[in-house]
Design a binder for this molecule. Structure first.
Ligand SMILES: *Cc1c(COP(=O)(O)O)cnc(C)c1O
Length: 438
């Protein structure tokens, strides 16, 4: 006790209280923008630094302002320099500017379930659904749920609970993070009736399996792997001849055939071929928000839409807004990345590497392959190029602001600018220069 007196005044007596710091008028705007709890948490950290004697008390407020996050959400925008266009760990499809603006506009009160003409209740998502219908005229009806897996669960529950889903052994797919489609289907109370073998399944195998217990035949597109060699599978048109419902999980949400991705199935063709329901994700090749799209015969779509479970899988207004804007708006960022001419990318990459060399950083442009990723076009590789850098930069770039995520191959960090907006090249360049200096 007496020791403290002998050493002079206790430094803790000069530590400002959190309340006093938060009362500073310079923090008022930040309080309003981020909320008091975030500012308070940062103030506590700063208080600790002062207590340790590493910061003068009069610098407290400046230190708080410097340490405040840019927004109230912890999710951080990152630059995707991996060359993987639909990267599930990076949030799959980035929204178009039109979709972003639609989300912002829908964020407050909206007429999502009200007809403003008469003030009565209106069908939720009606505008989005009608745009979706127009995009796939082959579909008698459409419905939207939270994601592709939700659409599958709803179809299994509404059409096959307590009954059988016929599924080829070649389509027992794990979609990622340990989630397996057959297990998802079984969890709904439907029984999986396995058909054929891993590499070969024939129409006769399905025909033999069809019976009074059949809910539907499920055809799952292998969206994250390819099977080669001695293989055989049955197309939708043949399955449709068996006299039971056929549900096609096409994975990626192509609405119509796409010349760029000839091996990817699409909703229009699947319906033409006789599928009674088509299920797809909206945040893969369609380039929209996370959602599960359901197209098909009116009776089937209706029984899904009216099932009690449908309410638990309902999409929110932000998703509806983003989806509509994705469908009506300009080319999505996913599409732009897919269609980016190699020569253009090479030119950008050369400029980028040259600038880095100007800063004394060893950077070379090397040929690489980009992929669609995220459960789409598994066999498709896009000739691409990347800026090769020392791999120690990978960690520093991920830790930067904004973070840049590249791909480490052996001892090199590869930055593929295909999925980086050209307008952001300078930001990524500055990040590399900063990372090298760190
Ligand atoms: C991606 C995918 C799913 C899952 O869709 P989510 O939107 O991720 O829930 C299901 N089936 C296939 C074939 C897929 O590619």
């Amino acid at each position: 006790m007496g020791d403290a007196v002998q050493r002079g005044p206790d430094p803790r007596r000069h530590v400002p209280s959190v309340a006093a710091m938060l009362d500073d008028p310079r923090l008022r705007g930040h309080n309003d923008r981020l909320g008091r709890s975030i500012v308070k948490a940062v103030a506590r950290d700063v208080q600790q630094v002062i207590r340790q004697g590493d910061l003068a008390p009069q610098e407290a407020v400046d230190a708080i302002i410097a340490a405040l996050p840019e927004q109230a959400s912890s999710l951080r925008a990152v630059h995707n320099a991996t060359g993987v266009i639909v990267h599930t760990n990076l949030g799959r499809a980035p929204l178009s500017q039109a979709a972003v603006e639609a989300v912002v506009a829908a964020a407050g009160y909206t007429d999502v379930e009200m007809d403003l003409a008469d003030g009565h209740r209106a069908r939720r998502g009606r505008f989005t659904l009608s745009v979706l219908s127009r995009a796939v005229p082959q579909a008698e009806a459409v419905h939207v749920v939270n994601n592709g897996a939700a659409a599958l669960a709803l179809a299994a529950t509404a059409l096959a609970s307590g009954r059988e889903i016929l599924l080829s052994r070649g389509e027992f797919v794990e979609i990622g993070d340990g989630f397996r489609i057959p297990e998802l289907l079984s969890s709904t109370g439907a029984r999986i009736h396995e058909v054929g073998t891993t590499n070969r399944t024939r129409l006769a195998d399905y025909a033999q399996a069809v019976g009074p217990q059949t809910g539907f035949i499920l055809k799952i597109h292998p969206s994250n792997f390819t099977v080669r060699g001695f293989t055989a599978e049955v197309g939708l048109a043949e399955l449709a001849t068996l006299g039971v419902s056929v549900v096609a999980d096409i994975g990626s949400g192509l609405l119509a055939p796409d010349g760029l991705l000839p091996d990817e199935p699409d909703a229009t063709t699947a319906l033409k071929d006789g599928a009674s329901l088509v299920i797809a994700s909206a945040d893969k090749l369609l380039g929209g928000p996370q959602a599960g799209l359901i197209f098909g015969a009116a009776a089937e779509v209706d029984s899904l839409r009216r099932h009690p479970l449908a309410r638990a899988l309902r999409v929110d207004k932000l998703t509806l807004a983003a989806l509509e804007a994705t469908l009506t708006g300009p080319r999505t960022p996913v599409r732009q990345a897919l269609q980016l001419p190699l020569a253009e990318l090479q030119e950008r990459s050369q400029l980028f590497a040259k600038s880095l060399r100007g800063h004394g950083i060893d950077a070379q442009v090397v040929p690489v392959e980009a992929v669609v990723g995220g459960g789409g076009a598994p066999g498709t590789v896009l000739p691409s190029c990347a800026i090769a850098l020392p791999s120690y930069l990978a960690r520093r770039l991920r830790a930067g602001t904004p973070p840049v995520v590249g791909r480490v191959v052996r001892d090199q960090l590869l930055l593929d600018l295909r999925c980086v907006l050209e307008a952001d090249d300078d930001q990524v360049l500055a990040a590399v220069i900063k990372a090298e200096a760190a």
